[in-house]
Ligand binder design. Structure first.
Ligand SMILES: Nc1nc2c(c(=O)[nH]1)N[C@H]1C(S)=C(S)[C@@H](COP(=O)(O)OP(=O)(O)OC[C@H]3O[C@@H](n4cnc5c(=O)[nH]c(N)nc54)[C@H](O)[C@@H]3O)O[C@H]1N2
Ligand SMILES: Nc1nc2c(c(=O)[nH]1)N[C@H]1C(S)=C(S)[C@@H](COP(=O)(O)OP(=O)(O)OC[C@H]3O[C@@H](n4cnc5c(=O)[nH]c(N)nc54)[C@H](O)[C@@H]3O)O[C@H]1N2
Ligand code: SF4
Ligand SMILES: [Mo]
Length: 577
């Protein structure tokens, strides 16, 4: 048995792991550089579900599979919903799609994660080809724009030592404290900052005109659009000084610049336009198609990999799923009762479902609500392959240990396919299929075939190869009543897996005491949480981490404009004793 595998979690880094006698260590070579994060360092300490159960009574795996078959059989095919989350990011998770799609059930589309940003990138460039972290390593200047690398992507840190660091974030994060420049702007104002940066770059003759003439020829029209912004008034509104704008431009001019964006910028209804304005600033600087330059966001981890699974089916959005339209709902690798927006709506809708099945590793709100619970095998106990949304490596994940507990996604799908007369290949066939997309490079590592290290060298993937700038300014600075909700990722949990936070974080000057309970409310609902102080926050912000119980009582299930992506920071909030 090989003892090298990879972390399956939904994370930029996709670390490679050496498994020895129950101990997980980071592979010394490659991006992993010998270290893992708290989740993997303590992986065996988190209690997993040990046995299947039906209506709170423990049953055998055979009984559980029979029950599942019965539940699927008990209603019309179009009353069966398959809802799959991102608890495990490896490629074999999708084998269940194959069964459910072939059977005639409904699957989901849309995203709770990065969809608005991705749509913005696609509108501008015609595709979302990501700048991999190997290229970030070659830059002079790194701008962390709505990304918190110490928490969510720590393996980028060794690669950026000695570089000029700029951070654009309403929170004084750890990277902001180390940065050469931190712009602690008001949340939800990045579109204006990005447009003003483009405008001043143009005024100061800092644009890369050679690049623009060739690949983004509408830039003068875009410059004109930026002139609709009233400089003084908007800078006051977004809480950024003219001096800081100048400082930023001074640091990036004529340098190799990587803009490393996270999901923080796009959790809003106009998230698509926000990302597009940031991309436009990158275009004005001529950052595309050049070594050590570009925008590193969340690429598609599936880019250049053709799925072997049938996925053709009716689909409903993951963001506002009407569970009550279905009679049997199969939930895999997800905790929708915590992680979907507008929890009270989700609760109400899911409570009307006759058969709720939860297929996962850990107990949580969704396993509690389920009629049938089936434990999954962990990544250590099944074969898989994974790719990353931040670099181009492909990692093989052979089974490294045996376990009697649970069932793999493949075995569950193979059982259902057998019972319902649906064709399915053997497991090795699929693993081999995925491995066929891997090529070995001189460093000895395997990479996804044909992914560009430096994308857009010959222009963009739009119809005419030109970058498409925003041509209208639809947004206004949100000056509605209330405080900004920031709901970003916690160091101690991976969304709702592992150690979930239980507090609301506020600036100490707001007059609430550490330890007291307060009510945070929005138009969607409210949550009562214990206060912790954090003076790295702005005074107009309330921070509640992803995975905190009840945080999504506050959020809206509306989609971002023009794409099916969730918008967790759209609702303003009030706080009271
Ligand atoms: N430890 C840990 N790691 C994780 C995860 C986890 O839960 N825990 N989750 C994984 C997943 S699913 C994802 S998608 C990634 C996401 O990882 P990141 O992209 O880093 O996402 P967030 O932590 O949501 O937000 C990043 C930063 O955006 C800032 N921000 C919030 N609002 C705004 C704004 O309006 N403007 C600007 N400029 N900044 C803003 C926040 O203060 C925060 O510092 O992380 C992955 N890695
Ligand atoms: N307030 C707020 N809400 C958010 C976010 C936010 O920042 N703030 N972030 C959003 C984002 S970016 C994301 S990606 C989503 C994530 O939301 P979800 O996809 O629901 O992710 P998790 O909460 O991590 O739950 C994953 C589940 O997968 C199960 N699991 C783990 N490994 C396996 C496996 O190998 N097989 C099976 N069958 N199950 C497994 C675990 O039991 C766990 O319960 O949350 C979104 N919700
Ligand atoms: S940093 Fe990310 S990929 Fe690496 S071990 Fe932690 S969760 Fe897994
Ligand atoms: Mo995510």
């Amino acid at each position: 048995m090989s003892n090298v595998t990879a972390c399956p979690l939904d994370c930029y880094d996709a670390c490679e792991i050496v498994y020895e006698n129950g101990i997980l260590k980071g592979l010394k070579s490659g991006y992993t550089q010998g270290f893992l994060c708290p989740h993997m360092n303590h992986y065996d300490k988190y209690e997993t579900i040990q046995a299947p159960r039906y209506k709170n009574r423990e049953i055998s795996l055979e009984e559980a599979l029979l029950k599942l078959k019965e539940m699927i059989n008990s209603c019309e095919k179009d009353k069966v919903l398959h809802y799959r989350g991102s608890g495990n990011f490896a490629l074999m998770q999708e084998v269940t799609d194959h069964f459910f799609a072939s059977y005639g059930a409904t699957l989901t589309d849309g995203t709770l994660c990065d969809g608005a940003g991705e749509a913005g990138i696609e509108e501008g460039r015609g595709s979302n080809k990501n700048m991999p972290i190997t290229e970030v390593a070659k830059s002079d200047v790194v701008i962390f724009w709505g990304r918190n690398p110490h928490t969510t992507s720590s393996h980028i840190l060794p690669l950026i030592k000695g570089k000029t660091i700029i951070v654009i974030d309403p929170i004084k994060t750890k990277i902001a404290k180390m940065a050469d420049l931190h712009i602690q702007l008001k949340p939800h104002t990045d579109l204006f900052l990005a447009m003003l940066l483009s405008r001043f770059l143009h005024i100061e003759n800092g644009c890369n005109e050679e690049f623009l003439d060739k690949y983004a020829s509408e830039y003068e029209d875009y410059y004109e659009l930026t002139q609709n912004i009233r400089i003084k008034a908007v800078l006051d509104q977004i809480d950024v000084s003219l001096g800081k704008l100048g400082n930023l431009l001074g640091l990036v001019k004529d340098k190799k610049v990587a803009i490393v964006c996270g999901v923080g910028i796009q959790k809003y209804s106009d998230g698509v336009d926000i990302m597009r304005a940031i991309d436009a600033f990158a275009a004005m600087l001529g950052l595309f198609g050049r070594e050590g330059c570009g925008v590193s966001y969340l690429g598609s981890s599936r880019a250049n990999i053709v799925s072997p699974f049938n996925k053709k089916s009716k689909k409903v959005s993951k963001v506002n799923t009407e569970f009550s339209d279905f009679e049997t709902v199969f939930i895999q690798g997800a905790n929708p009762l915590s992680q979907m927006p507008n929890s009270s709506r989700v609760k109400e809708s899911i409570s009307k479902v006759k058969n709720i099945v939860y297929f996962g590793l850990y107990e949580n709100e969704t396993s509690e609500a389920a009629d049938l619970v089936i434990p999954a095998k962990s990544f250590l106990h099944k074969d898989d392959v994974r790719t990353s949304y931040s670099h181009n490596k492909i990692s093989f994940m052979p089974k490294v240990a045996d376990s009697e507990i649970g069932i793999s996604e493949y075995d569950l799908s193979a059982y259902l396919c057998r019972e319902f007369n649906i064709e399915i290949q053997n497991e090795e066939f699929y693993i081999k299929h995925f491995k066929n997309f891997a090529v070995q490079k001189i460093d000895g590592s395997w990479y996804v075939e044909n992914r560009d290290e430096i994308p857009y060298k010959d222009g963009f993937d739009t119809d005419d190869g030109q970058f498409v700038f925003l041509d209208e300014l639809d947004s206004k600075v949100d000056e509605s009543q209330g405080m900004y909700l920031i709901t970003s990722k916690s160091q101690t949990s991976l969304n709702s897996q592992f150690n979930r936070q239980e507090s609301v974080f506020l600036h100490s000057s707001l007059g609430f005491n550490e330890g007291e309970f307060i009510t945070v409310s929005s138009i969607s609902g409210s949550v009562k949480l214990r206060v912790k102080h954090n003076d790295d926050l702005r005074k107009d912000c309330v921070l509640i981490y992803s995975g905190t119980k009840g945080v999504n009582n506050l959020t809206t299930h509306k989609h971002a404009l023009s794409t099916k992506s969730a918008i967790f920071q759209e609702n303003k909030v009030e706080i009271s004793r």
